[in-house]
Design a protein around this ligand. Structure first.
Ligand code: GLV
Length: 332
């Protein structure tokens, strides 16, 4: 029997390709060449499934004319790159990689928060530039985390993991979310639900971990930045587009907030040029989930999803993390 064909859009751990090859005829991209638009569509022709990356835009236009395609498996928890209603309408299962990256991403959120509040990268650049001639009492004064107020916008799995870490720093935790958490969970996390306006006004440090969608586009723009404390820091771990990068660069330059830490950008891998010239921002290249162990776990979970969604392997027909379960249900 011929094996179904699948595409892996980006380079990935070779062991994952080997595992997929037990079930599929694998078209890999280990040289990691860019596959955009037409190139991606051409490579998807005749494929039953695809192991995709958060930067691969998979929408109605792309899947039209790909009748063999039955599974799109993202190696990311966020899936704003997928047009899920279009995939559902076309009978294509969509999956993501939740849970396996929660703690690693929250650890990184803390790293970015501390680097931002305590000016770690800014002072390192200054030191490397040979500017350190003597110590002085007001060198790189930052903002404390200890006993400050932490705000979290988007209280899903990663938001909750961040809130748990705040306990060790004696912080008060405020959050805003589409829906309020059950009281028990709030109690365990020691987190208080507030309006978005209150979150903006009260937070000493504001962490963004909400999913990107048309509704969350520019959740933080000039108007929201104006409501924050001038001493506040802002950290974006979510997606570019949740923040208006141009407005943020202006606010940072004018000292309307103290500093920001950004792991995601509106036009990544391009970074807004104004962000590159303000000193009070820490910039990292979308690496919040990038620990060796977690990236392997994400790749393994994406592969598990692909194998199961295409009806083979030990979990045949039951992919572990399906975004549109109604498609799987229709197949039964
Ligand atoms: C990374 O940004 C992810 O969504 O997993």
């Amino acid at each position: 029997m011929t094996k179904p064909s699948v595409l892996v859009t980006r380079a990935v751990f070779p062991e994952v390709i080997d595992r997929l090859a037990q079930y599929f005829d694998v078209d890999d991209n280990q040289p990691d060449v860019a596959l955009d638009g037409a190139a991606l569509k051409a490579r998807l022709a005749g494929k039953a499934g695809v192991l995709a990356n958060a930067a691969d835009r998979i929408d109605a236009g792309l899947v039209a004319g790909l009748p063999a395609l039955r599974a799109v498996c993202n190696m990311a928890v966020g899936y704003n790159n997928l047009d899920v209603p279009a995939l559902t309408a076309a009978g294509i299962v969509a999956t993501n990689t939740p849970d396996v990256l929660t703690e690693t991403t929250a650890d990184f959120g803390w790293a970015l928060l501390m680097a931002t509040a305590r000016r770690v990268t800014e002072s390192e650049h200054w030191l490397r530039a040979g500017k350190w001639e003597r110590w002085s009492y007001d060198m790189f004064l930052g903002m404390d985390l200890y006993r400050s107020t932490l705000g979290i916008l988007g209280m899903g799995r990663i938001g909750q993991a961040l809130a748990r870490r705040a306990a060790g720093f004696g912080m008060s935790v405020l959050y805003h979310n589409r829906s309020r958490l059950p009281e028990d969970t709030e109690r365990v996390l020691n987190a208080r639900y507030v309006s978005k306006a209150e979150l903006l006004a009260q937070s000493d440090h504001l962490l963004l971990v909400l999913p990107y969608s048309a509704q969350s586009h520019h959740s933080i723009g000039a108007a929201e930045l104006a409501q924050m404390k001038p001493s506040a820091t802002l950290v974006n771990l979510a997606r570019g587009g949740v923040v208006d990068d141009a407005a943020l660069a202006r606010a940072l330059r004018e000292g309307r907030i103290f500093a920001a830490g950004l792991d995601v950008f509106e036009a990544e891998p391009q970074v807004h040029p104004d962000l590159l010239t303000v000193p009070n921002v820490v910039l990292t290249p979308h690496i919040a989930s990038a620990s060796e162990k977690t990236r392997r776990a994400m790749a393994d979970l994406a592969a598990d999803n692909l194998i199961a969604a295409l009806g083979v392997g030990p979990q045949a027909g039951q992919p572990p993390s399906v975004i549109n379960p109604e498609v799987m249900a229709r197949r039964r």
